[in-house]
Design a protein around this ligand. Sequence first.
Ligand code: F6R
Length: 357
Amino acid sequence: EKGTYPHYMLKEIDEQPLVMRKIIQAYQNEKGELEIAEDILNVVKECDRIYIVACGTSYHAGLVGKQFIESMAKIPVEVHVASEFSYNMPLLSEKPLFIFISQSGETADSRAVLVQVKEKGYKALTITNVPGSTLSREADFTMLLHAGPEIAVASTKAYTAQIAVLAILANVTAKSRGLNLGFELIHELGIIANAMETLCDSKEEYEKIASEFLPFTRNCFFIGRSIDYFVCLEGALKLKEISYIQAEGFAGGELKHGTIALIEDGTPVIALATQENVNWSIRGNVKEVVARGANPCIISMAGLETDEDRFVLPAVNELLTPLISVIPLQLIAYYASLHRGCDVDKPRNLAKSVTVE
Ligand code: F6R
């Protein structure tokens, strides 16, 4: 039940700190260390390449997961949109492992790939919110999200739960391969949960941003580099699906190769700047769009901020920033939808789980 909340989406956004803590608990052993099932750890360690297959928001979580698995566990990862993968399968490695990411566990596009993968005799792990769902039953292994039921069509807490579970998978694998990461994930996730809480307490700020930048606009761009780019794709999807504003996420450096032609006087451009190594270059991209009339909204992270920033996120581990940088974007989308009089929880043309290919 949504209780005192006007919409499920708002409730589910607010549940994210709690979900983080549930995930930490669920994947913790008696010694207080993060742990995943032995048989899952073994197949991850034995494979020579991981193929992540998913749709929509879950695909966006997969892009972040690739970054985690490659940088922590040093295993190469490809991320594929399920509906493309099933008709245009790439050349596979010798010992592939498939990871299906699906909130519902019922997405037909993802299932079509799982069926093909099983026919070929490959191993599959499903990361899902729903125990006993089709993708969970048909895969060899399951990791649960522990996010509780997600009712709003626009996925929010499942996205951050997917990212956290992928971080745990990457981290536990890295440790068991003897790789030293220089940080304790369990501790960092605790910091994330607290930061999420702080962010969820700043709602007036996002409402202001939504009413300043988005009430009458036709379109909106989200730009970022590196891991911020993946979050931009998710921010754009959230905004378009519930507010019907045409929104696109772009890699900052790619704008000048065509998309910048769309920037007009007043075009809102939301930029994420949470990564030190690209902080200077993403700000350069913001200057490029501002020179063409864009209305910029920079969201940065403490330690990297400048006077021009509209919102500064609390400092967290740099690799894990998607867990918090997405929250302002979810809430900006929520308020944009609300202000434009759209049906927040049940946007037009969409269903919660897509069970047709
Ligand atoms: C967007 C959204 C969809 C789903 C996609 C996959 O907010 O909810 O893009 O992420 O349909 O659904 P699952 O994760 O259930 O496979």
